[in-house]
Design a protein around this ligand. Sequence first.
Ligand SMILES: Cc1ncc(COP(=O)(O)O)c(C=O)c1O
Length: 303
Amino acid sequence: MNETVTTHQSEDDPRNADIRIWIDGTLHHRDAARVSVFDSGFMLGDGIWEGLRLYDGRWAFLDDHLDRLFEAARAVDIDIGLDRDGVMSALEETRAANGMETDAHARLMVTRGVKARPFQHPALSQQGPTVVILMEHSVPRLPRPIRLATVPHIRGLPMTQDPKLNSHSKLNCILACIAAEKAGADEALMLDIHGFVNTTNACNFFIVRRGEVWTSTGDYCMNGITRAKVIEVCRAAGIPVREKNFSLVETYGADEAFLTGTFGAQTPVSEIDGRTIGTGEIGPITTRIRELYKDLVASGGRA
Ligand SMILES: Cc1ncc(COP(=O)(O)O)c(C=O)c1O
């Protein structure tokens, strides 16, 4: 009954046992898909990634994902070795090789490549980058809403490891998630440096209070594409939405809470630190936002 649920849970799909994975221009069966033990990503978490979803033959919000990918690559000084068209054709090649038409999730990973020696200096990454596209058939399926626990791990300042970087190294988030799991929850609710509620270890976080939708200012969290789209659909539909600082007191007292991310779209939250949020089930505004988001995806991203 207290079994952990992860926000990235999906229906079992036997086709995933035979997926083809794109590595530097070549497709490999998953059992044969390998990168070097000298790879910068394996050795140091030195890389960046994007998660994308395929709905009805189309990668949702592809331009936004490509913008974020190339911005991150520039920030960490990795030359992806492909332009936007090159990335799109690699995605298409992988999609076609796997016969995926809808309900697929892609993890597109770029590392600094294979190092000459097992040390940190980026100059030692002499063969690269390594680019991998891992695509799975995936229909998100959670047995119940998510339970969160607040943890001591915070979202840092931009000058340490900017939380806006989708870096391979996710150790801060993983430690947060472990702490939450040990506290009996599924995922961690993380505060910012001032103690305001910010985000979870893997998703952005929203609450609904008295008909208003609130999320953090965005200063210390991933610039989530789903987060931005939720704000956009709320504005277009006349649902009051605010990016603001708020505390745990206001969070425990919320009528609804939900997470956002490309994988799960909007995931309801039932409980935070042992307090039931609202009825403990998905609320009416979360349900409405889910429908609006689905319509936005179906429209190809035009609200
Ligand atoms: C820490 C974190 N927050 C939020 C998100 C959700 O972002 P998006 O909506 O762009 O998938 C992600 C996904 O990469 C993430 O790693």
